[in-house]
Ligand binder design. Structure first.
Ligand code: PTJ
Length: 265
């Protein structure tokens, strides 16, 4: 399987790091067509590093957070899913499916402003099947209080009661929380400011998280409101982040023993 014409014969599906390379190439392609910011490559690399020490799988704490996140998205009155360049490059199709399934609008919100980026991301989302996309018309945008970065410019997010912010830099979650909004973060770094400030933090790779959210959503949309409330009320974000950190520690401990056994020369 080729990722692009130039690399046709270089990365076979049997490559042990095929999936990781596939997503790297999506990010590179995204950067070339303006979807991904240059810094998005660095952000992706940081994510890869955390994913590595999490065992590159959706672990039990992540699954718990995903369930709580889906329940709260169904319960919310005005939820919005925020989309940046990396998110659009990696999971557009699944994000559109999730948004349609739960009736949640997608809003483009970027940290790095550059001519042509919003248009490129809009096109990517439209190719993935999105019919309505917010955050594209500057005349409809307002500014969020307490935030100086480009992320302050929002449309539906201004009035949202719950915002899902996948893969985000530091200060917006804090600003959203100060405006009494609930926040769901998807972030492989359990110690990022976004992860620590969010109400629900999913410490997992977004490429696995969104498909898992779709699966859980198909099940939870049939639930009674009271059951959904119970799921959200029983979720403890601080404990869950600490459980993720424990898994990282445990993974590294295990690898200390196993790594050389698995790579005997
Ligand atoms: O498209 P823009 O202009 O809005 O910019 C997007 C980026 C991602 C460049 C911007 O928000 C940024 O600089 O973010 P940071 O500060 O690098 O934070 C991104 C976080 O996402 C880091 O904590 C990474 O570990 C994490 N991350 C990276 N890739 C993934 C991820 N988390 C989940 N899944 C991933 N695939």
């Amino acid at each position: 399987m080729a990722f692009n014409e130039n690399q046709k014969h270089q990365i076979p599906k049997t490559h042990p790091r095929y999936l990781s390379l596939k997503y790297r190439h999506k990010i590179i392609k995204g950067m070339k067509n303006l979807v991904v910011a240059e810094a998005g490559l660095i952000a992706h690399g940081r994510g890869e590093c955390f994913d590595y020490i999490l065992g590159e799988e959706t672990n039990a704490p992540a699954k718990k957070a995903i369930k709580a996140a889906v329940a709260s998205l169904i319960l919310a009155e005005r939820p919005v899913i925020s989309v940046n360049g990396n998110v659009a490059a990696l999971v557009s199709k699944d994000l559109v499916i999730l948004g349609n399934l739960l009736g949640i609008p997608l809003e483009i919100n970027l940290f790095y402003q550059k001519k042509g980026r919003i248009k490129a991301i809009k096109k990517t989302l439209q190719s993935a099947g999105a019919k309505v996309i917010y955050g594209v018309d500057s005349k409809k945008m307002v500014e969020l209080e307490g935030l100086e970065s480009n992320r302050r410019k929002v449309e539906l997010i201004a009035n949202a009661d719950l915002v899902m912010v996948p893969l985000e830099d530091g200060d917006r979650t804090e600003a959203l929380k100060k405006l009494n909004k609930n926040v769901i973060a998807i972030d492989l770094n359990p110690l990022s400011r976004t992860a620590l400030w969010a109400n629900i933090t999913i410490v997992d790779n977004i490429t696995r998280t969104i498909p898992e959210m779709i699966k859980i959503a198909q099940d939870l949309i049939k639930s009674e409101k009271i059951q959904l409330i119970e799921i959200v009320d029983n979720f403890n974000n601080k404990q869950n982040i600490q459980d993720s950190l424990d898994l990282i520690i445990q993974y590294i401990e295990n690898q200390k023993e196993l790594a050389f056994q698995n790579h005997k020369r």
